[in-house]
Design a protein around this ligand. Sequence first.
Ligand code: SF4
Length: 420
Amino acid sequence: MKDVVYDKLKILAESAKYDVSCSSSGVARNNKSRGLGNTAGGMGICHSYTEDGRCVSLLKILLTNVCIFDCAYCINRRTNDIQRASFSVKELVELTIEFYRRNYIEGLFLSSGIIKNADYTMERMLRVVKDLRTLHRFNGYIHMKSIPGASQELVNQAGLYVDRMSVNLEIPTEKNLKLLAPEKDHTSVFQPMKYIQQGVLENIEDRKRIRSAPRFVPAGQSTQMIVGATNETDKDILHISSLLYKRPTMRRVYYSGFIPVNNYDTRLPSIKQAPLVRENRLYQADWLLRFYGFKAEEIANDAYPDLDLEVDPKLSWALRHPEFFPVDVNRADYGMILRVPGIGVKSARLIVMSRRHGKITATQLRKMGIVMKKAQYFIICNELPNYTIHEATPKLLRSILTEPKKKTFASGQLPIIFPV
Ligand code: SF4
């Protein structure tokens, strides 16, 4: 690799590390004849970790960190005195191919600062993904960020070459976005989101008629919100997420704990490090929205606007709603079993399937992988002792289940011994 490209790589990979909205998921495409790579599994997959421990398995890079915008939360804002660099289209294409061949990466996550204007930048990004797919027959995963305000024509063209596209919402409410990023507005984000959605839905129809029609953003779209830079509550954030998930092509909402990189800006909160526990709780809550049948207002609402940082959101909900428990695992419907702390989607399905063949016992529950340490207080089944949330009280249960380590309970207190 030429020194000049290596120097750019160092700068532009460093500048890209704050975007968490990438994961290689949602599409399976095998290698075509004489093509290069595939989107999942096998050769070409490697993982790297950002400083705060997030897993990154793609070449995550900016086309340029030059930007005409001045977003307060961004390291690349135009008023920051940092080293700037830009790849040419050719350099970035060759770098991706070289990294793929060396088995460093499974694909590309391409983002960029805004040079000149949204369309000028988007057009260069389009050339990168188009050259990869057409000139080099690159068949690996490509996730491209669409530039806010980009035209429909460019979004439509890029969508034919990438697996996933994302447009970052960044700040959950328009008012606070205007405060921290005066040059942006939600329209410039929701418009490209709409273009992607339209393209995907039209493509589904096209492919019903012509099976060989090229696919358009087959892994759907994602977005990212920064958490903790502004005063939105978790209730506000989850409400927006639930609306976004109602859009048919929105696959993932990412939550990025605000990383204080521009401490001098008085519009930003003065914190020393990113609120990673809150970020983690939001991901857990997001999981509840997508896979556990919870509504956003059940997880966070006016009475509980922020997620409990001590216990996960599902346990927190259960402790606030003892009236729904204990759940009889031999009778309750799937949706209710899914709400039991310690029971996941896979084990809830197993319970429902297994009980067709006879009563489920505690031993079987353990074998199914249920976290009995939690679940035992929220369920009844044949031979479980009757120490449910009602006998224990939510307050005591909370203290037991937030214990960092095993604790020996004095006699008379709730035993956590479980009959095998
Ligand atoms: S537009 Fe993007 S790269 Fe430019 S300052 Fe804002 S967040 Fe940073």
